[in-house]
Design a protein around this ligand. Structure first.
Ligand code: ADE
Length: 441
């Protein structure tokens, strides 16, 4: 661990932060024991990660490499960080959303030698924390939402061009941003789009988001979902997961879409398709999952039913236009954690959950460990590929890179084996048949 950190008296002065010789900044280091138990629990459900940890703690391929991460500090992320640490890396970390850090997990990691800069409710010092993880000039960056990559590119341009070997991006929104950066000629180092791995978006985005979003809504409201009109805005991977689970709990599911193929998939899943202006009038619960801004706005709030619940599960808090909701309302009060009631001039009440930030992490614990096992195996293996390439004295071309098919296959196969299940194998004859363009009828 580098000891070039300074103390942070201004953060300490708030009375909320523990800080030991400036090596981390978390809410309360005394929560470490509680956080360790959470990480232990996640480890027991993440066999692919634990296999990687076992294998690479012997060879330590990351020895001499510093990695900075900007990703939700959850018990699952704890497993990822500890795996990098066991494989020899020096790890520097910040949370990637003001409301997603588990303070106990952050404390456990800080106590374990991780340079952790994250706490729940960190709105003001969000970028300060990211800067602290860049101070030691890491070789690798690991993002969820692109804030670290953006900061390195905008604020530390020379270092981005000459000091970083490569990075990874975890989420759909972040990959979109990266691709626009690449198209504009403004990408300065190679980045793996972990989000686009089959073993990530077909599982984490669908089943992870599906379950954790419903979990967040229930924890924030405790409402019955059966019989409610549940509107999911966006039927991509994440939205489809939410709609599936809401339907499974007995909601009348309605989807809104701009892309015809995604809309059709939703229709064939049994959801009703409507434009937002119609859905706004009938919905009891609304959940945005689009990655786009202003999905729920003034004209929609204006026609919503009394008691409507509104939340977001996309990466940024821009999908619900909160300033417009504030503008329309005459009063506001907090009903319970992560549930705010806005009263309109005509007396209707609209409930906003988790300040419009991702409900699954702000009000619940994010995706379950079992799916993060695969997403994070892809993160780990992508960084391993970057380091191994670097050790050859060359580097990948600067671009947004897809995860190699072989990696996807390895992660999936390991997962199936670890679940104690068996698949079939093609016979030699079948392999031959599949490659035979003359097979005919
Ligand atoms: N994103 C969604 N769920 C997550 C989790 N449990 N840990 C880290 N990032 C996440």
């Amino acid at each position: 661990m580098s000891d070039n950190f300074k103390a942070y008296p201004d953060k300490k002065a708030t009375g909320n932060f523990s800080e030991e010789e400036g090596k981390y900044c978390v809410r309360d280091i005394n929560l470490a024991e509680e956080g360790k138990l959470l990480i232990d629990w996640a480890e027991s459900r993440m066999p692919v990660m634990m296999g990687l940890r076992k294998k690479y703690s012997e060879t330590k391929p990351f020895k001499g490499y510093k990695i900075a991460g900007c990703l939700h500090v959850t018990k699952e992320t704890g497993v990822l960080i500890k795996t990098f640490q066991a494989a020899g890396a020096e790890v520097y970390w910040s949370g990637c959303n003001p409301l997603s850090t588990n303070d106990a997990v952050a404390a456990a990691l800080a106590a374990d030698g991780i340079a952790m800069y994250a706490w729940y409710g960190n709105h003001e010092d969000f970028y300060w924390c990211i800067d602290r993880t860049i101070d030691p000039r890491p070789h690798l960056t690991l993002d969820d939402g692109c804030d670290l990559i953006d900061t390195v590119h905008e604020k530390y341009k020379d270092y981005a061009k000459n000091g970083v070997i490569g990075g990874t991006e975890e989420t759909t929104t972040g990959v979109h941003r990266l691709r626009s950066r690449e198209a504009a000629g403004e990408l300065y180092y190679p980045v793996f789009a972990v989000n686009d791995a089959e073993t990530k978006w077909d599982f984490d985005n669908v089943y992870g988001t599906g379950q954790s979003t419903i979990d967040g809504i229930i924890r924030a409201t405790s409402v019955l979902l059966a019989g409610k009109n549940f509107v999911v805005c966006g039927h991509g991977h994440c939205g489809s997961g939410v709609a599936k689970r809401a339907k499974g709990l007995g909601s009348n599911t309605i989807i809104t879409e701009v892309k015809a193929t995604a809309a059709l998939k939703g229709i064939l899943e049994g959801h009703e398709l409507m434009p937002m202006e119609d859905a706004a009038k009938v919905g009891d619960i609304f959940c945005t999952a689009t990655g786009v801004k202003d999905i729920i706005r003034k004209e929609h709030f204006a026609v919503m039913k009394d008691g409507a619940i509104v939340c977001n599960t996309g990466h940024y808090d821009k999908e619900i236009n909160i300033p417009e909701l504030e503008e329309l309302s005459v009063s506001k009060r907090t009903i319970r954690p992560n549930c705010e009631e806005y009263t309109m001039a005509d007396g209707r009440r609209i409930y906003l959950l988790a300040q419009g930030r991702l409900i699954n992490l702000a009000a619940a614990e994010g995706h379950p460990s079992e799916v993060m096992d695969m997403s994070f195996a892809n993160q780990f293996m992508s960084h391993l590929a970057l380091v191994e390439q670097h050790k050859t004295g060359t580097n990948f071309a600067i671009s947004v890179m897809d995860i190699p098919e072989a990696q996807d296959e390895l992660v999936a196969t390991t997962k199936v084996i670890e679940m104690g299940l068996k698949m079939d194998k093609l016979t030699d004859e079948q392999v031959k048949y599949m490659g035979d363009y003359n097979a005919g009828t």
